[in-house]
Write a protein that binds this ligand. Structure first.
Ligand code: HEM
Length: 157
Protein backbone atom coordinates (compact mmCIF):
# COMPACT_ATOMS: atom_id res chain seq x y z
CA UNK A 1 0.00 0.00 0.00
CA UNK A 2 2.83 2.40 0.96
CA UNK A 3 4.50 1.63 -2.36
CA UNK A 4 1.24 2.37 -4.17
CA UNK A 5 0.88 5.75 -2.41
CA UNK A 6 4.49 6.61 -3.27
CA UNK A 7 3.84 5.69 -6.90
CA UNK A 8 0.69 7.83 -7.10
CA UNK A 9 2.57 10.69 -5.36
CA UNK A 10 5.42 10.54 -7.85
CA UNK A 11 2.94 10.41 -10.72
CA UNK A 12 1.18 13.51 -9.44
CA UNK A 13 4.43 15.45 -9.02
CA UNK A 14 5.51 14.42 -12.52
CA UNK A 15 2.15 15.40 -14.03
CA UNK A 16 2.08 18.78 -12.30
CA UNK A 17 5.65 19.63 -13.28
CA UNK A 18 4.77 18.74 -16.87
CA UNK A 19 1.75 21.03 -16.69
CA UNK A 20 3.93 23.83 -15.31
CA UNK A 21 6.49 23.36 -18.07
CA UNK A 22 3.75 23.67 -20.65
CA UNK A 23 2.30 26.86 -19.15
CA UNK A 24 5.29 29.17 -18.62
CA UNK A 25 3.14 32.32 -18.78
CA UNK A 26 1.48 33.02 -15.46
CA UNK A 27 -0.71 35.86 -16.72
CA UNK A 28 -1.79 35.66 -20.32
CA UNK A 29 -5.22 37.22 -19.74
CA UNK A 30 -4.49 40.16 -22.07
CA UNK A 31 -3.26 37.74 -24.75
CA UNK A 32 -6.41 35.64 -24.36
CA UNK A 33 -8.58 38.78 -24.34
CA UNK A 34 -7.08 39.82 -27.68
CA UNK A 35 -8.09 36.44 -29.08
CA UNK A 36 -4.65 34.81 -29.01
CA UNK A 37 -2.36 34.76 -32.05
CA UNK A 38 -5.32 34.61 -34.44
CA UNK A 39 -7.03 37.59 -32.81
CA UNK A 40 -3.81 39.62 -32.79
CA UNK A 41 -3.27 38.87 -36.50
CA UNK A 42 -6.79 40.14 -37.28
CA UNK A 43 -6.21 43.31 -35.23
CA UNK A 44 -2.84 44.06 -36.88
CA UNK A 45 -4.28 43.31 -40.35
CA UNK A 46 -6.86 46.03 -39.65
CA UNK A 47 -4.40 48.36 -37.87
CA UNK A 48 -1.65 48.53 -40.54
CA UNK A 49 -3.93 49.71 -43.40
CA UNK A 50 -5.38 52.28 -40.98
CA UNK A 51 -1.88 53.70 -40.45
CA UNK A 52 -1.42 53.99 -44.20
CA UNK A 53 -4.77 55.73 -44.59
CA UNK A 54 -4.39 58.12 -41.63
CA UNK A 55 -3.41 61.58 -42.97
CA UNK A 56 -1.82 62.43 -39.60
CA UNK A 57 0.85 59.72 -39.92
CA UNK A 58 0.73 57.92 -43.28
CA UNK A 59 3.72 59.77 -44.73
CA UNK A 60 5.99 58.28 -42.05
CA UNK A 61 5.45 54.78 -43.44
CA UNK A 62 5.98 55.62 -47.11
CA UNK A 63 9.48 54.12 -47.46
CA UNK A 64 9.13 51.02 -45.34
CA UNK A 65 8.28 47.37 -45.73
CA UNK A 66 4.77 47.16 -44.31
CA UNK A 67 4.57 43.37 -44.64
CA UNK A 68 7.54 43.07 -42.31
CA UNK A 69 6.15 45.72 -39.97
CA UNK A 70 2.88 43.78 -39.81
CA UNK A 71 4.69 40.60 -38.74
CA UNK A 72 6.86 42.44 -36.19
CA UNK A 73 3.87 44.19 -34.66
CA UNK A 74 2.04 40.87 -34.28
CA UNK A 75 5.06 39.44 -32.48
CA UNK A 76 5.52 42.47 -30.27
CA UNK A 77 1.84 42.78 -29.28
CA UNK A 78 1.70 39.04 -28.57
CA UNK A 79 4.80 39.23 -26.36
CA UNK A 80 3.62 42.33 -24.51
CA UNK A 81 0.23 40.77 -23.92
CA UNK A 82 1.89 37.81 -22.17
CA UNK A 83 1.51 35.42 -25.10
CA UNK A 84 3.95 32.73 -26.26
CA UNK A 85 5.82 34.91 -28.77
CA UNK A 86 9.10 36.77 -29.00
CA UNK A 87 9.61 39.93 -30.98
CA UNK A 88 12.27 38.98 -33.52
CA UNK A 89 12.83 42.34 -35.16
CA UNK A 90 15.16 45.24 -34.74
CA UNK A 91 14.37 45.70 -31.08
CA UNK A 92 16.43 43.13 -29.25
CA UNK A 93 17.63 42.70 -25.73
CA UNK A 94 21.09 44.20 -25.90
CA UNK A 95 22.47 41.32 -23.86
CA UNK A 96 21.36 38.81 -26.50
CA UNK A 97 23.61 37.77 -29.35
CA UNK A 98 21.53 39.41 -32.02
CA UNK A 99 21.77 38.14 -35.54
CA UNK A 100 22.12 41.12 -37.83
CA UNK A 101 21.48 44.62 -36.62
CA UNK A 102 20.73 45.12 -32.98
CA UNK A 103 18.64 48.22 -32.45
CA UNK A 104 16.15 49.33 -29.87
CA UNK A 105 12.80 51.08 -30.31
CA UNK A 106 14.46 54.49 -29.90
CA UNK A 107 16.94 53.75 -32.69
CA UNK A 108 14.30 52.20 -34.94
CA UNK A 109 12.26 55.42 -34.74
CA UNK A 110 14.97 58.06 -34.28
CA UNK A 111 15.03 59.43 -37.85
CA UNK A 112 11.27 59.56 -38.21
CA UNK A 113 10.69 62.88 -36.39
CA UNK A 114 7.71 61.55 -34.49
CA UNK A 115 5.67 64.00 -32.40
CA UNK A 116 3.38 63.32 -29.44
CA UNK A 117 0.41 64.02 -31.72
CA UNK A 118 1.61 61.32 -34.14
CA UNK A 119 2.15 58.86 -31.31
CA UNK A 120 -1.37 59.55 -30.05
CA UNK A 121 -2.79 59.17 -33.57
CA UNK A 122 -1.23 55.70 -33.89
CA UNK A 123 -2.54 54.70 -30.45
CA UNK A 124 -6.01 55.93 -31.42
CA UNK A 125 -5.92 53.82 -34.60
CA UNK A 126 -4.89 50.77 -32.59
CA UNK A 127 -7.77 51.32 -30.19
CA UNK A 128 -10.24 51.58 -33.08
CA UNK A 129 -8.79 48.40 -34.64
CA UNK A 130 -9.26 46.55 -31.34
CA UNK A 131 -12.80 47.91 -31.00
CA UNK A 132 -13.62 46.67 -34.49
CA UNK A 133 -12.58 43.20 -33.38
CA UNK A 134 -14.70 43.40 -30.22
CA UNK A 135 -11.79 43.44 -27.78
CA UNK A 136 -13.16 44.44 -24.36
CA UNK A 137 -12.07 47.94 -23.25
CA UNK A 138 -10.31 46.58 -20.18
CA UNK A 139 -8.10 44.35 -22.36
CA UNK A 140 -7.44 47.08 -24.95
CA UNK A 141 -6.40 49.47 -22.18
CA UNK A 142 -3.93 46.92 -20.85
CA UNK A 143 -2.15 46.62 -24.21
CA UNK A 144 -2.09 50.40 -24.64
CA UNK A 145 -0.69 50.77 -21.12
CA UNK A 146 2.14 48.38 -22.07
CA UNK A 147 2.99 50.48 -25.13
CA UNK A 148 2.70 53.87 -23.40
CA UNK A 149 6.18 53.82 -21.77
CA UNK A 150 7.70 53.63 -25.28
CA UNK A 151 6.45 57.14 -25.99
CA UNK A 152 9.59 58.68 -24.49
CA UNK A 153 11.82 56.58 -26.74
CA UNK A 154 9.78 57.01 -29.92
CA UNK A 155 8.84 60.71 -29.77
CA UNK A 156 11.84 62.83 -30.81
CA UNK A 157 10.24 66.00 -32.10
C1 HEM B 1 3.30 52.55 -29.33
C2 HEM B 1 3.85 53.04 -30.40
C3 HEM B 1 4.69 52.28 -31.36
C4 HEM B 1 5.09 50.97 -31.35
C5 HEM B 1 4.79 49.91 -30.33
C6 HEM B 1 5.89 50.76 -32.54
C7 HEM B 1 6.47 49.56 -32.88
C8 HEM B 1 7.24 49.36 -33.98
C9 HEM B 1 7.87 48.12 -34.34
C10 HEM B 1 7.77 46.84 -33.56
C11 HEM B 1 8.54 48.32 -35.48
C12 HEM B 1 9.26 47.25 -36.28
C13 HEM B 1 10.74 47.32 -36.26
C14 HEM B 1 11.28 46.08 -36.94
O1 HEM B 1 11.23 45.97 -38.16
O2 HEM B 1 11.72 45.19 -36.21
C15 HEM B 1 8.35 49.70 -35.86
C16 HEM B 1 8.86 50.27 -36.99
C17 HEM B 1 8.41 51.46 -37.50
N1 HEM B 1 7.61 52.37 -36.87
FE1 HEM B 1 6.86 52.19 -35.04
N2 HEM B 1 5.96 51.93 -33.24
C18 HEM B 1 5.23 52.88 -32.57
C19 HEM B 1 5.03 54.18 -32.93
C20 HEM B 1 5.28 54.66 -34.18
C21 HEM B 1 4.82 55.94 -34.69
C22 HEM B 1 3.98 56.95 -33.89
C23 HEM B 1 5.24 56.03 -35.98
C24 HEM B 1 5.04 57.12 -36.98
C25 HEM B 1 3.97 57.86 -37.03
C26 HEM B 1 6.00 54.82 -36.27
C27 HEM B 1 6.61 54.53 -37.46
C28 HEM B 1 7.37 53.42 -37.73
C29 HEM B 1 8.05 53.16 -38.98
C30 HEM B 1 8.05 54.06 -40.21
C31 HEM B 1 8.73 51.93 -38.84
C32 HEM B 1 9.63 51.22 -39.86
C33 HEM B 1 11.07 51.47 -39.48
C34 HEM B 1 12.05 50.53 -40.16
O3 HEM B 1 11.64 49.54 -40.76
O4 HEM B 1 13.25 50.81 -40.05
N3 HEM B 1 5.99 54.01 -35.16
N4 HEM B 1 7.54 50.31 -34.94
Amino acid sequence: MKKFIKLVGCGLIFASSLAMAQTPYTDDSTYQGLGGKEGIKKIVDTFVPMLLADPRIKDSFADFDMVQLNVRLQEQFCEFAGGPCKYSGKYRDKTMDGVGTVRDMATVHQDLKITNAMFNALTEDLQIAMEQHNVPNSVANKLVAKLAPMQRAIVTK
